[in-house]
Design a protein around this ligand. Structure first.
Ligand SMILES: *Cc1c(COP(=O)(O)O)cnc(C)c1O
Length: 486
């Protein structure tokens, strides 16, 4: 494909783009339980205006755009205050939770290199439920990842973490809350351990940073998790999640300015001049910074409290309805508005398939097998419809499970630890299974639940890794003729 030799009119381009999105998920209808955070049309319109006002400005050089410097400084300060920080706590804005986490890991590593130079092979101890951004950071920055198993309630196990510490440990991580089940790691205990052993503790509040403080203020129980806990060295909080900002906005915070300094990158020898950049990104979109500032000032504490009250009540109604369905249960003890649905005697992925057929978008999770919900205001009106469909999905799954109880593949679904993969891999996996490395199959699986079961029973997780790499390669392949809109 090449750039068209002759360009189109704005009307033509926009019409094509609109048509291209015809099959995208319709998140405004409350059918989608991930990826989009939405606080209503007025807020959305403001965010778009704010983003557009600073569409062309670049946060890379703040001396050229003092407005952006001010917006960023204020966003960081407001976030630090929200998360129990004193005047010393500070940080930077980043493009998202992943960049915030990358920065925290890099900064902890730099700090260790300066203060504990005897460490040649740094390690970090991270509970299994923590976000893969930590694995990405380990991969990028050459820090050895030590994953620790969770307790039965799906929270971090401090005793196991304690035993996993070595003289090379430079960083421990706790999530507030962890994304998969919305449960809180015991930050206070981790903080005590961090102080005792003099190890950096990062609290990942990417999803909780703009939710938990308001949940707590509304009177729901929230254990300590922020800078008021003395052993916390750094935190991450995404404004583009429950801060309802435009995408591309997160904050990474440090206990002191001296710690933050270790995040910055400076190169003085470039022919283009002395180059200084606070985070991974070079060019930093002014729009994302401006829209984050607009969001905080538009909602204010009262606005966030009102939205959180509504989403918490919606979450509770959903959870009560789910727990009332025989065979389903909300996993662990979620504190806020994200949680997972599990099942003991049912194939939860088959329930997920039935929900997909009914137009719901729910992420599949593993270890334990579950479906995931990120609750927003758009879900308030759909609670009853959702629960009705869920009851029906469970009924149909039970019938199907009973019918196929002798089917070897379904059995393996029930007992295996399963892996979540996109449908497109079906063909390849089927042939892999048929080639003898998986269970025998009677033809290609018709439902994704069976597919996940088959994947779970593959003897070698390395096969899955390579399959996913293959899949990503195909996903990012050049467009074919059939995709172009000629
Ligand atoms: C979303 C999330 C992240 C990663 O944030 P991105 O903005 O997707 O990069 C990290 N940790 C937790 C707990 C999250 O929920």
């Amino acid at each position: 494909m090449k750039i068209p030799s002759k360009g189109g009119t704005p009307e033509e381009i926009l019409a094509k783009m609109k048509a291209a999105g015809a099959n995208d998920a319709r998140w405004r209808d409350g059918r989608v339980f991930s990826l989009v955070y939405y606080a209503g049309e007025e807020a959305l319109a403001l965010l778009k205006d704010a983003y557009m006002m600073y569409f062309s400005e670049n946060g890379l050089n703040p001396s050229v755009f003092p407005s952006l410097r001010r917006f960023e400084a204020e966003v960081v300060a407001m976030t630090a205050h929200l998360l129990g920080g004193d005047a010393e706590v500070t940080g930077t804005m980043t493009a998202g939770g992943t960049e915030s986490i990358l920065m925290a890991v890099k900064t902890a590593k730099t700090f260790a290199q300066e203060t504990r130079p005897e460490i040649k092979a740094p390690e970090m101890v991270v509970p299994l439920s923590a976000h893969p951004a930590f694995d990405k950071a380990a991969h990028y920055f050459g820090v050895k990842m030590i994953h620790t198993p969770l307790k039965d309630d799906l929270t971090a196990d401090v005793e196991v973490i304690k035993r996993a510490l070595t003289p090379n440990t430079i960083l421990m991580v706790g999530s507030a809350p962890a994304y998969p089940q919305g449960v809180m790691d015991p930050i206070a205990e981790l903080s005590t351990l961090a102080r005792e052993k003099n190890i950096w503790l990062h609290v990942d509040a990417c999803v909780g940073g703009f939710m938990l403080p308001f949940v707590k203020k509304l009177g729901y129980p929230v254990p300590p998790f922020d800078f008021s806990t003395p052993g916390v060295s750094s935190m991450s909080a995404d404004i583009h999640k429950y801060g309802y900002a435009a995408k591309g906005a997160s904050v990474v915070l440090y206990r002191t300015r001296a710690l933050r300094k270790r995040q910055f990158f400076v190169y003085t020898e470039w022919p283009g001049g002395i180059y200084a950049s606070p985070s991974v990104a070079g060019t930093r979109p002014g729009g994302a910074i401006a829209a984050a500032w607009a969001a905080l000032n538009y909602f204010g504490e009262e606005g966030y409290l009102e939205i959180t009250k509504e989403t918490m009540e919606t979450t509770r109604r959903l959870q009560e309805g789910i727990n009332a369905i025989d065979g389903l249960k909300v996993l662990g003890a979620p504190v806020g508005t994200v949680f997972g649905i599990g099942a003991d005697t049912l194939d939860i992925y088959a329930v997920g398939d039935e929900m997909t057929l009914r137009g719901w978008v729910l992420d599949r999770q593993q270890n334990p097998a579950s479906l995931h919900l990120t609750v927003n205001r758009v879900h308030t009106p759909i609670v009853e419809t959702f629960l009705t469909d869920l009851r029906e999905a469970v009924r149909l799954t039970r019938e199907a499970t009973f019918r196929n109880v002798t089917n070897k593949m379904v059995k393996s679904v029930a007992k295996s630890a399963v892996k979540i993969l996109p449908k497109n891999l079906t063909g390849k996996l089927t042939s892999l299974a048929a080639s003898g490395s998986g269970p025998a199959t009677d033809g290609p699986p018709q439902r994704t639940a069976a597919l996940y079961g088959m994947i779970g029973s593959l003897p070698n997780r390395g096969d899955i890794h390579n399959l996913v790499l293959d899949f990503m390669d195909k996903l990012n392949a050049p467009p074919t003729d059939s995709q172009s809109d000629k």
